[in-house]
Design a binder for this molecule. Sequence first.
Ligand SMILES: C[S@@+](CC[C@H](N)C(=O)[O-])C[C@H]1O[C@@H](n2cnc3c(N)ncnc32)[C@H](O)[C@@H]1O
Length: 248
Amino acid sequence: MNPTANAPALDCLYRKNALDVLRAMPDQSVDLFFTDPPYSSGGLHSATRAQAPGQKYIRGDIKMAYPEFAHDNKDQRSWTFWCMSWLGEAYRVAKDGAHLVCFIDWRQLPSLTDAIQGAGFIWRSIAVWDKAAGGARPRLGGFSQQAEFMVWATKGSVPTGHKVHLPGVFSERLPRPKRHMTEKPMGLARQVVSLVPPGSVVCDPFAGSGTFLVAAKEAGHRWIGCELEASYHEAANERLATTVALAA
Ligand SMILES: C[S@@+](CC[C@H](N)C(=O)[O-])C[C@H]1O[C@@H](n2cnc3c(N)ncnc32)[C@H](O)[C@@H]1O
């Protein structure tokens, strides 16, 4: 399928299911997918994973209340199957040489790398978001969960024309209060969007509070994203409206 009539416009955040928007996008039209899907994680067993994100992802000692988000309660097989669905569309929509950078936690890392490769992308490596000292609780008898991960993949060869060198570890604490329950850091996002030259098209199908799209707009890229939850969609649109394109 190569939908071009009625293709979703760029520089727009859709309050729609990501799969529907991706299906309507034309072939070979995105340079960078930079995203942070619902992990359906946060527990060792399926009953715990079916809990609301606020119960799974927010520490009991933190009193801040965040709006909930849905679609985070799949079991392992159905989550992997769902990832294959959106990643398959993302692969079609990606240009040759496009990058995919996808956030994930330790539990879902193996399933995500399977789905990314199953969809056709070439898995290149993993970068680490180190939440830095104080960013995670110490864990009695074991390792603190102080990191999340970015899986990096490309559609075909890694483009070498754009000279960029990124670190493999990003140490950054999130300022509080957060805008989204599972927000990611802005400094990290700014570095990741530099993977592609200004004027590229960056897509975040699971935009949350819009961190990655704000970084993309700032860097002078075209951008497109989706966010289903009304409160986060509104918050992201407010951030995007006040973001100035630095390199345009
Ligand atoms: C992990 S959060 C993204 C947080 C974001 N990186 C930030 O910094 O704010 C994932 C988001 O995807 C949204 N979401 C879940 N399923 C979706 C779907 N099928 N289509 C579009 N958005 C979806 C959720 O509402 C949630 O806000």
